[in-house]
Design a protein around this ligand. Structure first.
Ligand SMILES: Nc1ncnc2c1ncn2[C@@H]1O[C@H](COP(=O)(O)OP(=O)(O)O)[C@@H](O)[C@H]1O
Ligand SMILES: [Mg+2]
Length: 237
């Protein structure tokens, strides 16, 4: 593989005394979609927070486009082209859809607000609606649309399908495929195995702060032992 857009090298992250990430390494290639799977509490969100600088690993390194970004402030990391879409989505609830997009826009973005309405046709008729009146699915789309307008090359997505109805999950799947086609690199945290395996070029599984599997969706689906032990799905019961 060429130099990855993101390389996480043996990071160890703590919250106070609590030792959460115990040597996590992963790579995202340019234009790839990589999924990070794992049970609740395994350390998925902490991995994303460690990449974007919301928590600083005590040991190990994070490289973006070959440059070390470990310990850099989150807003400076964001300016380099990484956007984090948290589980909570963090839409401005008193601003309209259009205002949420305008605030996110940076001239370095390849997309205009008109462009994102083409990518997210469901948002266009809602442009004047306040964030607090959007459904969960609409908020998720707005959060991803906003990430594009920041000029991100790499998007870190924390459980985008969470709390969404199956039909909306399918729409999110379509959008993430569109982003991939546009050349955006994605690190996707998921609990929904099928969504991850349908989208990802490669997958990692994290369990209790350790990466316990790395491979293709194909190799994972053939590995019942791993699925059963670390995700608690399928296989022998
Ligand atoms: N702010 C925090 N302070 C202390 N412990 C935390 C904090 N956030 C998460 N943890 C703990 O770190 C572990 C990993 O959490 P997290 O990364 O959120 O897991 P996941 O996203 O995989 O569900 C859990 O045991 C959780 O309780
Ligand atoms: Mg989480």
């Amino acid at each position: 593989m060429d130099e990855p857009i993101l390389s996480v090298d043996d990071i160890h992250t703590y919250y106070g005394m609590s030792y959460v990430l115990k040597g996590v390494s992963l790579q995202v290639g340019h234009g790839q979609t990589v999924a990070l799977l794992g049970r609740n509490g395994a350390g998925k969100t902490t991995t994303l927070r460690s990449i974007i600088g919301l928590v600083v690993p005590r040991k190990g390194h994070v490289y973006y486009q070959g440059e070390e970004i470990t310990g850099i402030k989150p807003h400076l990391i964001a300016r380099r082209g990484i956007t984090y879409v948290p589980e909570t989505r963090d839409i401005f609830s008193y601003l309209s859809v259009r205002e949420n997009l305008e605030i996110a826009y940076r001239p370095t973005s390849r997309w205009s607000i008109t462009d994102v309405f083409h990518l997210f046709p469901a948002l266009e008729p809602l442009q004047d609606r306040a964030g607090r009146f959007l459904s969960g699915g609409e908020q998720q789309m707005l959060a991803i649309a906003r990430a594009l307008l920041t000029g991100a090359n790499l998007i870190l997505l924390d459980e985008p399908s969470q709390g969404l109805a199956p039909l909306i999950v399918r729409e999110v799947l379509r959008i993430l495929r569109d982003l991939k086609r546009e050349g955006i690199s994605i690190l996707l945290v998921e609990q929904k195995l099928d969504l991850a395996t349908r989208l990802a070029d490669s997958l990692y599984i994290i369990d209790q702060g350790h990466i316990v599997f790395e491979g293709t969706p194909q190799s994972l689906s053939e590995n019942e032992e791993i699925l059963h032990t670390h995700l608690g799905v399928g296989g022998r019961r």
